[in-house]
Design a protein around this ligand. Structure first.
Ligand SMILES: [Zn+2]
Length: 85
């Protein structure tokens, strides 16, 4: 069973996965790695990509909040049930 503790446990791994998947080097300084919507701390360049969607966050195991996580969990369970039927 998943608890709230599990939800937060892998936060470091999740962050790493998120940056690896969605991070791109700043085109101005080539130093900062930016996620969609992020602003470079060095030169102020703003990444103009639309913010990550729920599905994109889910793909690296991140959730906006507990409600988002529960929604995802329900969808997973539903998919599993449909598979086993
Ligand atoms: Zn920059």
């Amino acid at each position: 069973m998943t608890t709230e503790g599990d939800f937060w446990r892998d936060v470091k791994a999740v962050k790493k996965a998120k940056w690896a998947k969605f991070g791109v080097a700043c085109p101005l300084c080539h130093w900062s790695i930016l996620l969609p919507g992020y602003q470079c701390r060095i030169d102020g360049f703003r990444d103009a990509r639309p913010p990550l969607t729920d599905a994109e966050l889910e793909s690296v195991g991140e959730f906006r909040d507990m409600a988002h996580y529960r929604r995802w969990e329900r969808a997973q369970k539903k998919a599993e049930q449909e598979k086993s039927q």
